[in-house]
Design a protein. Structure first.
Length: 418
């Protein structure tokens, strides 16, 4: 079934806004769909995926689009749609446009310059090549420039993984267990989850396998007092609450009321009653100070560049800069310092990011240890063995899309000395 010619026009309009990089691409796309309610599900899918394909391949597509006729935005839209649906699915092409797309399809991508093959901004490409070498950087960028599968977490309070897999199979959805997270399920395609009773009843929740592992290494136990310091929309909060078997007290703090509001419907589905969401003004809010020295475990999923999530958020690589990363570093250190005050003796502190950059990861962890003699690093290999997670790591958790098929994550585990 071919796409209606109007889809390319809609994608042109979306790209005009998205490529300004004034805000997150998914927000821009969602707003466009609200303004155009008559667009059907298939057309919406093509427009959204087409926009993300252009963002993933911006450097090479911009170069390809310099040839051909018509407007630049039209050519970019056609490249995006050809990427996600195939040239044969595009209706309304002129002979010239069809010939041009066929010529582009025959280009040997391996012959392109490094920057165009990686489709990364120069500052980031240079950093990654210095860090890991050209070959590893190309392998990483290739993984980052592919759409991510859909990962689900089974709510252990309501179901077992094998039962959830059987339920998905009954619904005609292909799925498999994730290799590392014990409650994870990977779905290659993206079904409409809201139509599946298991999702509506809170038996499954959307969460990347890497994110599930971050929650697991916190090792939250029954009856403990636990804080998710930068809870956001609460994916890790829900995983922590289930690990605590709905006992103890779990505080979900965030500076964004809008982000925390997204936790409410998820919390209602989950069946958890031990979660206490709270909006805080900053990391030294009185709500935080009241808990000083009382908490068993704290997870700091720090605000970061998000460069490990480019499979899902390809616009992040074009929106971040070296300066914006430097600003985040100061914020990350301040949040970690503040969160550390909450821990009682023997308590566990997990610092995590979805970044690939050492200055947001190892550098922050090292600086924290240098400043806090009352904390020690717990080597990640010990934490993973304790949690029976079959991953080989040294001091830190470093998940990479091309190696582990997860988003890019970093984590360090600290313990307050007794």
């Amino acid at each position: 079934m071919r796409l209606h010619p109007a889809v390319a026009t809609h994608l042109e309009e979306v790209l005009r806004e998205v490529l300004r990089f004034t805000g997150p691409a998914d927000v821009v796309v969602s707003r466009y769909f609200r303004e155009h309610p008559k667009l059907g599900p298939r057309e919406r899918g093509a427009v959204a995926e087409g926009a993300f394909a252009v963002l993933r391949n911006k450097l090479s597509y911009a170069s390809f689009a310099e040839s051909g006729t018509g407007s630049l935005m039209r050519r970019l839209a056609l490249l995006g749609l050809a990427d996600v649906a195939g040239i044969d699915a595009l209706a309304g092409l002129t002979t010239e446009e069809n010939d041009w797309l066929q010529r582009i399809a025959r280009i040997d991508r391996s012959s392109l310059p490094l920057a165009m093959r990686a489709n990364l901004p120069p500052w980031l490409l240079e950093k990654l090549v210095q860090q890991d070498g050209e070959e590893a950087t190309l392998a990483l960028s290739d993984a980052l420039n592919r759409p991510a599968p859909l990962d689900l977490r089974v709510n252990a309070l309501k179901a077992k993984r094998e039962d959830a897999l059987a339920g998905l199979a009954e619904a005609g959805i292909t799925a498999e267990p994730t290799p590392f997270a014990p409650l994870g399920i990977r779905v290659p395609k993206k079904p409409a989850l809201q139509n599946i009773p298991m999702f509506r009843e809170g038996l499954i929740e959307v969460q990347d396998e890497g994110s599930q592992l971050l929650a697991q290494i916190v090792a939250a136990r029954r009856g403990e007092m636990v804080v998710d310091f930068c809870a956001g929309a609460g994916g890790k909060t829900l995983a922590l609450g289930a690990a605590m078997r709905n006992t103890g007290r779990l505080y979900a703090f965030d500076v964004s009321e809008k982000r925390l509001a997204k936790l409410k419907p998820r919390l209602a589905r989950s069946g958890l009653s031990n979660v206490h969401p709270g909006v805080i003004a900053h990391e030294n809010d009185t709500k935080v100070k009241r808990l000083a020295g009382k908490v068993d475990r704290v997870l700091v999923d720090a605000p970061c560049s998000g460069l490990g999530t480019l499979r899902r958020n390809p616009d992040m690589k074009w929106r971040q800069t070296m300066d914006s990363v430097a600003e985040l570093n100061a914020k990350q250190a301040a949040i970690l310092d503040s969160a550390a005050r909450l821990l009682k003796a023997g308590g566990r502190l997990v610092y995590a990011t979805c970044s690939l950059l050492p200055e947001e990861n190892e550098a922050i962890a090292s600086a924290f240890l240098a400043k806090h003699a009352d904390f020690m690093l717990v080597p990640m290999r010990e934490v993973l063995a304790e949690q029976k997670i079959p991953l080989e790591m040294q001091d830190y958790l470093k998940l990479q899309p091309h190696v582990h098929q997860t988003d890019g994550f970093f984590a360090a585990v600290f313990e307050r000395r007794k």
